[in-house]
Design a protein around this ligand. Sequence first.
Ligand code: PLP
Length: 336
Amino acid sequence: MRGFGSDNHSGVHPDILKALSDANVGHAPSYGTDELTEKCQELFKTHFGKSADAFFVFNGTAANVLSLKTMMKSFESCFVTDMSHMNQDECAAPEFFAGKLIAVKSINGKLTIPELEKHYIRLGDQHYTQPRVISLTQPTEVGTLYSLEEIKTLTTWAKSKNLLVHMDGARFVNAVYKLSCSMSQMTTDLGVDVLSFGGTKNGLMFGEAVVVLNPILGKDFKYIRKQAAQLPSKTRFIAAQFLAFFNNDLYKKIAQHSCDMAQYFNEKLSGKVKINYPVQSNSLFAEIPQPLVKKLKQQYFFYVWDEKTFECRLMTSWDTQKEDIDGFTNFLVSLM
Ligand SMILES: Cc1ncc(COP(=O)(O)O)c(C=O)c1O
């Protein structure tokens, strides 16, 4: 059944699948010492600057957790939004491996300084975890975007408080496409210290990168990754996928398609159901009456995000077709 459940539900982009197959020739050294991995690491430097160090891991949760582990001690804390993936959907892995998460009220999915200030308390108090990191998700869990100015404001506030900045970029390239900026303009240039760079949700089979932008932080990462059982042995297959992703700006084409489909969906649904957030990436949050949800779900997969309001998440992907959206919308209208 096709649907709008998640960008994780789509398959592997054909160019990336081909890259996997092309890499499947002969032997290559393992654990990151192969030629493709070295080439890929250079490519990350061209996008993020000379000091950037990219480390591959298997999934997004590991990217986040190991990013935090490299930035904070177990008695320190990281400010995240109440709705962040780290806070809601990582089974306390960040707290198990790294340190305390402090959930901050989100506004349109985002952190704001007035809400952060409320939690920046009890410095030096031995009974309380000490603030060390802020983590912002770009694009956010509800498909909104921080503008470059908003990121700059947050990083400036963080630096003024001696805090480090993490960015959960599980869908990072969607933000790059929508804000028409370079990767470094959204991160390195604004003072982001560590980025979780997503691949899987944008067409890879598996594999994410932790991009350490602050050179002071990267030196122990390889040990931390190994301890967490996240060092891939046949690294060339993650590298091959990322090389294809960057080649001829494939990542931009994927992001563009995915985000443009969400815009199209928004246009089709507007005036028919309530859309709860600005549609700025590849997801929409629509309130659909309960009896309709039941019927729609018989033909299309999607998640009910809020069981009280019947807010549903509809997510587009690199392989979403206009026909999928037209079919869903027509069916919805026929049920109204
Ligand atoms: C914003 C965000 N961060 C991190 C993750 C974690 O990714 P994974 O499921 O690969 O661990 C997800 C997955 O949905 C996500 O949406």
